[in-house]
Design a protein around this ligand. Structure first.
Ligand code: SF4
Length: 495
């Protein structure tokens, strides 16, 4: 058994190549956190398929289990330790099983986790996905390895093409990484530490992947990056986009929209500071760009925004909202809000509620402030009592429910296109899908009709609304052959 030490790339590769191919074949991945983590799980799945592993839904059937972790809040980090404790038995039940940990907690804590949990076989950071197959081969030989070194190499964006058995997130919709990391250092955020500094992928590599995805039937791309609209900004500023092969984010959206077969584009998450006029105009000019933006606010109080080091004011934020609605009046805007940030007084919190109402967010993800290691917010005074945080969170969520219901209610009577995803939570033949505004639409779909499949877009009329979703009716209710073909094209010009 080897020791759990970080080893340098070349050594790890050599160890792995010397090892005989693993005898394991079934794997499962538990994923926590954001879309970037979900996409990392997809990339890892693809890598493992190329290695000859096959995915299983039931972890009890798996020979290899990987936990892809999140450390954005303390609760998410603790989840890993709880999972690892429980998985001691999973490992013991079948000799030869391999257990690995990746993602943000792995990047943050490194070997500490490997030392603390002796039944853990390997650990890899957010820049080290590509070496997982090599680490696995070494783990099969009894090595306990950890790889968490950061890299500026663009190779980290290179992954093999989709394996024939790889199905991806959903038929017809795919994530696409355009940049990674963050240079903003907001005072509460651990991401610059777990995901590293900002790096933009060359446009040609993004476009090549997008073209390839389109050839495989992908119609909707969700562009990913920690501050996705910061894409290429350093190069634009220094006038070196040509030499390094990047461009502005808005220009990239335009190029992606030209790819035959791509009919919907989304991106997450933009930073208000980089929401420039070019991007606003892109929402007017690029038909494929969906009328929905998730724009993190975090607080509606200027003094709290300053303590957070967000580098914009409430006025700046609301100006973006106004400009977006000027060019795209029907646009839906959702947001992230933190309550109970150190120093947040009642009037700061009420200012946040006021901004929520003014911006009329269709949805929001709201969280209680959570202390993270090595962040500058740890030095701030004015901690908010947990009971006050809880009370504010509930008040904020009440306001959001009201706003969501109002936004949903205004959609009744709309005709739209819905990309089907699968059965709704209710089941019993009811399906769910998403419309271009990223709202969940539940609808009844004729049973046993293979033309209604996940990924298909269907023409729908919105007939009712709840705080959680819209209720739709197929426009072709009486004629099951009437699909989102020509009608879809017609409606696209309406929505
Ligand atoms: S912009 Fe701020 S909140 Fe977002 S990832 Fe970067 S540091 Fe974290």
């Amino acid at each position: 058994m080897g020791v759990g030490l970080d080893i340098q790339g070349d050594v790890a590769e050599a160890v792995a190549q010397a090892a005989t191919p693993n005898a394991l074949c079934r794997f499962a991945i538990r994923t926590y956190g954001c879309q970037m983590n979900v996409h990392d799980t997809e990339k890892l799945t693809n890598l493992l398929l190329h290695e000859g592993y096959s995915p299983v839904a039931d972890e009890e059937q798996a020979d290899l289990l990987v936990i892809n972790t999140c450390s954005i809040r303390e609760k998410a980090e603790n989840q890993l330790y709880s999972d690892l404790g429980k998985l001691r038995e999973w490992k013991a039940r079948q000799p030869g099983r391999i257990l690995g940990v990746g993602g943000c907690v792995a990047q943050q804590e490194g070997q500490t986790v490997l030392r603390r949990f002796k039944h853990l076989d390997f650990l890899f950071g957010t820049h080290n996905l590509r070496v997982v197959p090599a680490m696995l081969r070494a783990a099969a030989q009894g090595e306990r390895l950890s790889r968490t070194e950061e890299t500026r190499s663009l190779k980290r964006f290179d992954f093999p093409e989709r394996h024939p058995a790889y199905t991806g997130l959903q038929p017809s919709r795919a994530y696409l990484t355009v940049m990674e990391g963050c240079d903003m250092f907001c005072s509460y955020c651990i991401v610059p530490k777990t995901r590293g500094r900002e790096i933009s992928r060359p446009a040609e590599s993004i476009l090549a992947e997008a073209r390839h995805l389109a050839e495989q039937g992908i119609e909707e791309l969700i562009l990913l990056g920690q501050t996705v609209n910061a894409y290429g900004r350093h190069d634009v500023k220094r006038g070196r986009t040509e030499s390094v092969g990047t461009m502005s984010f808005a220009a990239l959206l335009g190029r992606l929209a030209e790819i035959p077969g791509i009919n919907q584009l989304r991106y997450t998450s933009p930073h208000p500071l980089f929401f420039d006029d070019e991007l606003i105009e892109a929402h007017r000019d690029i038909e494929a760009l969906c009328p929905h933006v998730h724009l993190p606010l975090q607080s509606g109080s200027d003094s709290i925004l300053e303590s957070m080091k967000r580098r914009y004011s409430v006025r700046d934020y609301l100006e973006i909202v106004t400009n977006l609605r000027r060019v795209r009046p029907d646009i839906n805007i959702s947001t992230d809000v933190i309550v109970g940030f150190p120093g947040e007084q009642e009037d700061d919190f009420e200012a946040t509620l006021a901004v929520m109402r003014e911006a009329a967010f269709v949805d929001s993800f709201s969280f209680k402030y959570s202390e993270r290691p090595d962040t500058t917010a740890l030095d701030l005074s004015g901690a908010v009592a947990p009971s006050v945080m809880q009370e504010r969170l509930e008040r904020l969520q009440d306001v959001q429910r009201e706003l969501t219901l109002r936004a949903h209610g205004s959609r009744i009577g709309d005709e739209t296109l819905v990309r089907l995803e699968g059965e709704s939570r209710k089941g019993q033949g009811q399906w769910r899908g998403r419309d271009p505004y990223h709202r969940v639409v539940n609808l009844d779909v004729p049973a046993n009709n293979e033309i209604y499949a996940p990924g298909t877009r269907v023409a729908v009329e919105i007939v009712d609304a709840t705080p959680h979703s819209l209720i739709g009716e197929l426009k072709d209710r009486l004629n099951t052959g009437y699909l989102a073909g020509n009608l879809a094209q017609e409606l696209l010009t309406i929505v």
